[in-house]
Ligand binder design. Structure first.
Ligand SMILES: [Zn+2]
Length: 320
């Protein structure tokens, strides 16, 4: 048990396919986590809106949908006490591990359900949410999504977005900057009193997708004590690629170590959210194959940092 993966979309798959989280037909399920060497898994509530809501046949408001997904998460995690238990701080991960259990961490992708209400952030925290991405692919009450258009990509956080970051810092909810504009990223770098996370992004120098981080962003993230989780999405790893290859994952890790430092590296697989990618390692259970390849370029201590040490530090610095 050693891997902490900061992002997956398995809960949405579970919502749609209505199969158990324990052994359902997902890239991540609890049995695959166990097999692959999971120490903790972040389960994102991807709050569907706009075209994503249409695609999923969801007519509920983002807030109503969020509430439904919290209930689903609690039922699925609570129903498998022999395998996994929720973690609300770094210490919980260690005590679950001592009992032979994996940990689950509840996160939110897209703060759209906050909808301009600062109290909602407190409510989400009370639900157990310990990390939240400020945006997804649409404008919300906090800010704007990443864009290929440099003018749009430079857009800053809204005044409410600054307040939201402050409240998240006070509570101990990690600010996730994946999907955000570069202008918003800069605001978080300046305003956040706690280290931040880009939960599922790669290096722009190797894959030109706008969701990836530029060298400048990687450097700033590292200087601020933040971390980036490598996304396994094939076209993020390499332009026009359809194969999510182990070689490309390793390339991004080596590159980010050079730009942001070893302290900034972590996992953010995005499994169950990268439908178009063919996975060389099949699914989460194939994680050991990625680690074997990585071992040719990183020392054992470095691998420990990537696998869990860096996340545990940032989790501790945010949530205690
Ligand atoms: Zn995402």
């Amino acid at each position: 048990m050693k891997i902490i993966d900061m992002h997956c979309d398995t809960l949405l798959e579970c919502y749609q396919k209505k199969q158990p989280l324990r052994n359902g037909p997902y890239q991540i399920n609890l049995e695959k986590l166990k097999k692959g060497g999971c120490l903790a898994q972040c389960f994102a509530i991807f709050v569907v809106s706009h075209d994503a809501a249409d695609r999923c046949g969801v007519s509920a408001t983002p807030y109503e949908f969020y509430r439904e997904m919290v209930a689903l998460y609690q039922k699925e995690i609570g129903g498998n006490p022999d395998l996994i238990a929720p973690a609300f701080c770094a210490k919980d991960i260690m005590s679950n591990q001592a009992k032979g259990l994996m940990s689950s961490i509840l996160t939110v992708e897209d703060a759209v359900a906050v909808d301009g209400c600062i109290e909602r952030i407190d409510e989400f925290f009370a639900d157990g949410v310990r990390m939240m991405s400020l945006t997804w692919n649409y404008e919300n009450s906090i800010g704007y999504p990443n864009s290929a258009d440099p003018v749009l990509h430079a857009k800053k956080l809204k005044p409410f977005g600054i307040q939201a970051v402050e409240r998240m810092n006070e509570l101990g909810m990690i600010v996730d900057v994946s999907h955000l504009t570069e202008g918003g990223f800069d605001d978080v770098i300046q305003r956040s009193s706690k280290p931040l996370i880009a939960s599922h992004s790669c290096a722009r120098a190797l894959g030109s997708h706008q969701r990836n981080l530029t060298d400048r962003q990687l450097k700033l993230l590292g200087e601020k004590g933040g971390i980036v989780g490598i996304n396994f999405c094939a076209p993020f790893l390499e332009d026009y690629a359809t194969l999510s290859s182990i070689e490309n994952i390793v390339k991004h890790m080596v590159y980010i170590r050079e730009k942001a430092g070893i302290e900034a590296l972590a996992w953010g697989s995005d499994l169950d959210g990268i439908d178009g990618s063919i996975l060389e390692y099949e699914d989460y259970a194939g994680f050991p194959r990625i680690l074997d390849a990585l071992a040719m370029y990183f020392t054992e201590d470095e691998l420990d940092q990537i696998n869990h040490g860096n996340f545990l530090r940032v989790f501790r610095d945010n949530a205690g």
